[in-house]
Design a protein around this ligand. Structure first.
Ligand code: KG4
Length: 336
């Protein structure tokens, strides 16, 4: 079965072809236009998707070495995401499905991140066994998800305010670093002392996360220190990055570890843009190695938004007999 996946939920336009979960192509056009604004500008994102979508889909089909008539179904990201961005991928997918006379499958972007672990480079790629627990950490979400099958997932906990990626990006912005700050903090942290500064950690019940207190505590530390030393940030960049990253990892692992212990599940995975963070990857691997738990850490190219994961999630839904109607609108927030 050959599936074309289309992703346009935020600022990456992507198209991918898979054949029974085996990756044939995965083309991503990232939008540099937002760098000048310190964050994604929704109107500019949807315009860039309009410009990119036709060449990106054509290139994915060309790289896969197939023709349009070989495609069995189109899987597209229906939400959550930016409405203007989602509209471009949704409308394009509908038009192409109508023209080719093939079914459409709507995919929840977050399910895509979880199921990225089923993208196979070849038949020997290992995949997680069910049930597994997934720590989904991105610019817009921080969730602990119990995955019982490709189409059965339960959110055990999630952020009650900011996402982990926002904590990285907003603290980086306060330090005067460009957007997105997460990868820059990761790089700077390699050179710094993670114990140099202490920032606030939340005390909330259950498996939920909160990152807004950390953000405020980071901001206040900088404000107070800058009063005494105007060069404080420049002189302590690496230590600030390392201490911030350590605090975020401690917060993430505290709840993820609790969920692993309480459920007794022996397979875990991580996903989403923040799962590219070298400290997060090492912490999860180390936690699991010490307890005989199998950890699935995605390739960095599958951590950020990509259509391969949408195609795989669509493959599972389509195999389960689930398709969607041509009138299906995109959803900015509602989870499908
Ligand atoms: O999943 P994703 O590509 O999309 C959205 O949720 O929009 O995640 C983007 C987030 C950004 O906040 C970015 O700073 C963060 O992932 N990120 C990282 C790293 N690479 C990307 N955060 C920390 N360390 C990284 N290496």
């Amino acid at each position: 079965m050959i599936i074309l996946g289309i992703e346009s939920s935020c600022d990456d336009t992507s198209a991918a072809i898979i054949k029974d979960c085996i990756l044939m192509s995965n083309v991503i056009a990232s939008q540099r236009v937002h760098e000048a604004y310190g964050g994604v500008v929704p109107e500019l994102a949807s315009r860039a998707h309009q410009q990119n979508i036709v060449p990106v889909v054509s290139e994915a089909i060309r790289q896969a070495g197939i023709s349009k008539s070989d495609i069995d179904a189109i899987a597209f990201t229906r939400g959550p995401g930016l409405p203007g961005s989602l509209h471009v991928g949704t409308s394009f997918s509908k038009g192409l499905a109508l023209a080719l006379g093939i079914p459409l499958v709507d995919v929840n972007h977050l399910h895509g991140h979880v199921l990225a672990h089923f993208i196979k480079e070849d038949e020997s790629t290992p995949v997680p066994e069910f049930p597994f627990l997934c720590l989904l950490i991105s610019g817009g979400n921080s969730q602990i998800i119990r995955v019982d099958s490709p189409c059965e997932m339960e959110i055990l906990g999630q952020t009650i305010d900011d996402a982990a990626g926002e904590a990285f990006d907003k603290c980086a912005k306060v330090m005067g670093l460009p957007y997105p700050g997460g990868p820059i903090i990761d790089r700077l942290a390699q050179e710094g002392d993670p114990t140099r500064f202490k920032f606030a950690k939340p005390h909330i019940e259950g498996y939920n996360y909160s990152f807004s207190g950390l953000k405020t505590s980071f901001l206040y530390t900088l404000r107070d220190e800058l009063k005494n030393n105007p060069n404080f940030i420049e002189e302590n960049k690496a230590h600030l990055a390392a201490s911030l990253q350590k605090t975020i990892i401690d917060i993430l692992m505290d709840k993820f570890g609790k969920a692993i212990k309480d459920t007794g599940i022996k397979t875990v995975a991580i996903g989403g843009g923040v799962s590219a963070n070298s400290g997060v990857r090492a912490a999860v691997q180390q936690y699991c190695d010490r307890r005989g738990i199998k950890a699935f850490i995605p390739k960095r190219s599958f951590t950020t938004d990509n259509a391969a994961m949408i195609a795989v999630a669509g493959y599972f839904k389509f195999s389960n007999g689930e398709t969607c109607d041509i009138t299906a609108p995109p959803f900015a927030r509602v989870v499908i």
